[in-house]
Design a protein around this ligand. Structure first.
Ligand SMILES: Nc1ncnc2c1ncn2[C@@H]1O[C@H](COP(=O)(O)OP(=O)(O)OP(=O)(O)O)[C@@H](O)[C@H]1O
Length: 372
């Protein structure tokens, strides 16, 4: 999978750029605040899952502009594709793949998968459960639009249920109404859970293998899922068990006006040699775990598509020590993965590596190829 060229119009600080890319490693180099991450964000949008830094569509409008456009051409499963991504204040968003308007932007993941690695990911082990859930959700969602769809529906119902809890607290609604909502939430929660657990079961062996290679076989990484209610091995019981769990915490939920049980409260737990990595692993080990999870995400996508995703490394090179940096670059280079790396300087790369890469200078919303 590869982006051959991109054109940005009024996107963030890019008035208009049009540039072809290298099929291997592309380096975007320039001082802080010039537009490197903005360009990466435009590429990340091409999988239809929204901004990798959680910006809203409207936030990416160039200042005082009323529309932006991203046009990209590339190759996916050896077929050429074209994506037209238009956002305007009036008409909101219009996303086209090969001239066909998509009902939902995430259908773009049929053509493009992107994996972003940013300093926030390096903090995945120590970070919040929400961060780890987001990692899992992005990862599974890329290979399964059905998962993204179920998750979206689940999140919507939870938001509505929370609004009902607020009304219950103010005695403006009845428990019968809540029970009706619970009947709607339960099948969605179970669908999300099943797909999540299946996804994690597939990614775990990759993460374990990759970590073993990074640590030269000395340590073992394990991933487990912590659900907010007990999961019986018989999956057909989950809906009823979930409803029971909701019922048990009903009073507390009404008091706090939020839904306390369900996949939106779960966590991915990481263990190193059977000890919880969050508590026991050193900072270096935690970085290797984060790196393994990201590389596992790449391997996982390959497993489904028989094609590697496009990899975006946002500001992570300077955060990694030379050894991990080289392991990462070697992994990507050997598999001929298209990569985009942002960096403020080239010190992090050896002369030999630089020869294999395409360099682009980024300055004040402009972008041009360079050799140094
Ligand atoms: N919606 C927008 N419209 C116009 N300019 C914007 C918009 N959003 C951000 N910018 C500008 O983009 C620049 C930041 O770009 P970006 O985040 O890509 O920086 P960067 O080159 O990656 O820098 P760093 O190395 O610090 O991460 C800032 O100058 C900011 O003012």
């Amino acid at each position: 999978m590869e982006i051959k060229s991109i054109e940005l119009v009024q996107f963030r600080n890019y008035e208009h750029v049009e540039i072809p890319f290298h099929q291997g490693i592309n380096i975007l180099v320039g001082p802080n605040g010039q537009g490197k991450t903005n360009l990466l964000e435009a590429i990340a949008l091409l999988n239809g899952k929204g901004s990798h830094r959680d910006a809203k569509d409207g936030d990416m409008l160039g200042w005082q502009k009323d529309y932006y456009r991203i046009k990209a051409q590339g190759l996916s499963s050896q077929h050429p594709f074209q994506i037209d991504y238009l956002y305007s204040n009036e008409k909101r968003k219009k996303v086209q793949l090969n001239g066909r308007t998509l009902r939902r932007a995430y259908e773009l993941s049929e053509a493009v998968n992107t994996v972003v690695f940013s300093p926030e990911d390096l903090a995945l082990v120590k970070g919040s459960p929400e961060q780890r859930r987001r990692f899992v959700d992005r990862e599974i969602g890329q290979t399964s639009p059905a998962y993204s769809d179920a998750l979206q529906r689940y999140q919507k119902v939870i938001t509505q249920r929370n609004a009902l809890l607020r009304r219950l607290r103010q005695q403006e609604a009845s428990i019968t109404e809540l029970e009706l909502w619970d009947d709607q939430v339960a099948p969605l929660a179970v669908e999300v859970l099943k797909r999540r657990l299946d996804g994690i079961a597939k990614i775990a062996p990759y993460a374990r293998q990759i970590y073993q290679a990074l640590s030269e076989g000395k340590e073992e990484l394990e991933l487990t899922y912590r659900s907010s209610f007990p999961l019986h091995h018989d999956r057909s019981r989950w809906q009823n068990d979930y409803k029971k769990a909701l019922e048990e915490r009903r009073r507390e939920e009404i008091n706090r006006q939020i839904t306390l049980t369900g996949p939106h409260r779960d966590d991915l737990q990481l263990y190193l040699n059977q000890r919880e990595a969050k508590v026991y692993a050193s900072q270096g080990q935690q970085r290797s775990i984060a790196l393994s999870l990201k590389l596992a995400e790449i391997a996982f996508i390959y497993h489904f598509r028989r094609e590697y995703p496009i990899v975006l490394l946002d500001d992570v090179m300077s955060e990694l020590d030379p050894n991990r940096r080289e392991q990462l670059l070697q992994y990507l280079h050997r598999r001929q993965i298209q990569v985009f790396i942002t960096t403020t300087h080239l010190r992090a790369f050896s002369k030999e590596r630089i020869k294999e890469m395409a360099l682009f200078r980024v300055q004040e919303g402009r972008l041009w190829p360079t050799t140094e």
